[in-house]
Write a protein that binds this ligand. Structure first.
Ligand SMILES: *Cc1c(COP(=O)(O)O)cnc(C)c1O
Length: 279
């Protein structure tokens, strides 16, 4: 909805690489050109700001960021967010900030919202991705986005979205959550991530990219990520997503939400698979 309301056909939107694939799909279906700016693996996946800025032209309708990141698991600092905002401000371009992993950060990491303070996400914080339920906040100090607000409302009426039962559950979900729910969830996710890291780093040829948040672990060192995932699924019944889904070949992504014993079994199978196939 946000890209639909901000971009006209023939305009372009700036998206992160690596990044969540749905943005491309949605933009492509509306004849919006996508331009991928690089995230820097060696700089904690911060945006290559010079690269981002070089992609902006008079047809650029908006910039999208995703923080914390799927698939990188990175968490931007406030300084970095301000630097991104400065680029957008210089070019007077609105920023879409997909913060579906808001507050899902590990250890002493602090999540910084880009616009308004405090908010929750539903699909990921409450582990209900199928619900297709979320919200958009418009940060509009100068009342420049009144049309955008109207447009979003109009677009929302086009969607055959979540049913009334799901909507009716939200007030309770948001107000009756024990205070330790999110810290405990984050601690559990972090523990899962660290198990995967330590187990997979033992496998020759694999290097795990350590996440700071969200619910994924990536590893690199894979010659052909699509083949790797396909073959792994047939031989070991372990399903990973190839980096090519995130415009980032040579890597694969694991989801860290399954129970620990399942993750352990998966790492053993990945290790056996790699031992058989390593070149
Ligand atoms: C999961 C996800 C979403 C959307 O989640 P829904 O299940 O459709 O609510 C949006 N952005 C990112 C980056 C995600 O990983």
């Amino acid at each position: 909805m946000t890209s639909g309301v901000l971009c006209n056909e023939g305009q372009n939107i700036l998206l992160p690489r690596p990044g969540f694939c749905l943005y491309n799909t949605v933009a492509g279906s509306r004849n919006i050109e996508t331009r991928l700016y690089n995230l820097q693996a060696d700089k904690n996946w911060e945006v290559d700001l010079a690269h981002m800025e070089s992609l902006i032209d008079d047809k650029t309708a908006c910039v999208l960021i995703n923080n914390p990141s799927n698939p990188c698991g990175s968490n931007f600092t406030k300084a970095h967010l301000n630097a991104i905002l400065a680029v957008c401000e210089r070019h007077q371009i609105p920023l879409i900030s997909d913060e579906i992993y808001a507050d899902m950060v590990f250890g002493d990491q602090v999540f910084t919202p880009t616009g308004l303070a405090d908010h929750d996400s539903l699909a990921k914080q409450w582990l209900v991705p199928g619900w297709r339920m979320g919200w958009i906040m418009i940060h509009d100090r100068n009342n420049a986005l009144a049309d955008v607000r109207r447009g979003l409302f109009a677009l929302s009426t086009l969607i055959n979205g979540p049913c009334g039962i799901v909507q009716a559950a939200i007030p309770k979900i948001l107000t009756q959550v024990p205070a330790d729910y999110l810290p405990e969830l984050n601690a559990q996710l972090e523990q899962h991530a660290r198990i995967l890291e330590s187990e997979l780093n033992k496998v020759d040829g694999i290097e795990v990219i350590s996440p700071q948040g969200a619910m994924y672990v990536m590893f690199e060192g894979i010659a052909n990520d699509a083949d790797f995932c396909h073959q792994l699924k047939w031989e070991e019944n372990v399903e990973l997503l190839p980096g090519e889904c995130f415009n980032y070949p040579g890597t694969v992504r694991l989801v860290i939400t399954p129970p620990k014993d399942i993750l352990k079994a998966a790492t053993e199978r990945i290790a056996a698979f790699c031992a058989r196939h390593r070149k």
